[in-house]
Design a protein around this ligand. Sequence first.
Ligand SMILES: [Zn+2]
Length: 363
Amino acid sequence: MHPPEPDEFELSLFGPGTGEGLVIHLGGGDWMVVDSCLNSDRTKAIAIEYLDSLGVDVAAAVKLVIATHWHDDHIQGLAQILQYAHNARFVCSAALRNEDFCRLVKSAQHINLIESSSGTEEFTGILDILLRQREQTGPDYWAQDRMQLLKEDRIQITALSPSSQVVTDSHILRTKFLPDVGGTRNRIPAVRPNDTSIVLLVETRTMNYLLGSDMEQGKNARYGWKAILESRAAMPFGPGATYKAAHHGSENADHDGIWKKLLLQNPYAFLTPFAKGSKPLPAPGDIARINDYTALGYITAWPPTKKARSLNKTVDRTMNEVTLSRRALRKTPGHIRLRAPLDGVFQDIKVDLFRGARKLSAI
Ligand SMILES: [Zn+2]
């Protein structure tokens, strides 16, 4: 594969059955990585493998690494990316800057993990790299709504969330990022990790791109997409030509206002599946709903699971007796690649699909 031209924007979305990572060319050979999943043999972050394959010097070229929120399917391999991307600023949701975070900095290795051990280990790895390589404690930016993360002549990147209310609440109620201590926390509802998501607006001079992370609708007007829509009414920005659909296309992360107010009509919509939960995402209803909004929907992998490999006849028979269907998680990340001239218009956008990525209207 050849790298994009210096004046060409690229947005590459990767996702196997469960996992999501974005690699974005900002122009002039500069790159940004948003979230992370692993490559097929699970030895490398997909962003590193992909940029290596393009001949990009990761240490020099990656300018921003953004962890939109702390869920396992978005952070695997993130520490490895930071290890190589010496030049990158690391961005984290401001909603994570609470007592738990400080406790993690102080005594990471002694924490008894509950919710997502690998997530906490990945964070510990990142803190360790920042400390050892850069003598720095914590991220470069704690992002929240309306915070500009990059401003250059031809491109700028702004966080549209988390809202101030979510940041405040995560200080009081904390997030479920770290385990409960002393059994007291369960009495207060914690801020959920998806609520802390950083939604990103990428603006070139001629087109906008909206990256929805796993942001949900919001339990009230000061949370989620509702808060973003409120804030946009006060400080408008142009509608997006392309949307990385929030939370794997799920209904609780969708809002009519996203399509009517934040996006052009019939925009490109990209998403990754999530196969690990009790209900895989997107559900058939989600696919139908997104297809109603746009004819240009794409997904990195489908179906999110595949037929399980046969073990041996006896084992197969026993397993088939006790489970209704036996499915294996996909490991190869599918790849949706969008390229357009940095100063291009909607008609200039070119989308290519690799390794099993599919058009949503065709499934
Ligand atoms: Zn997710």
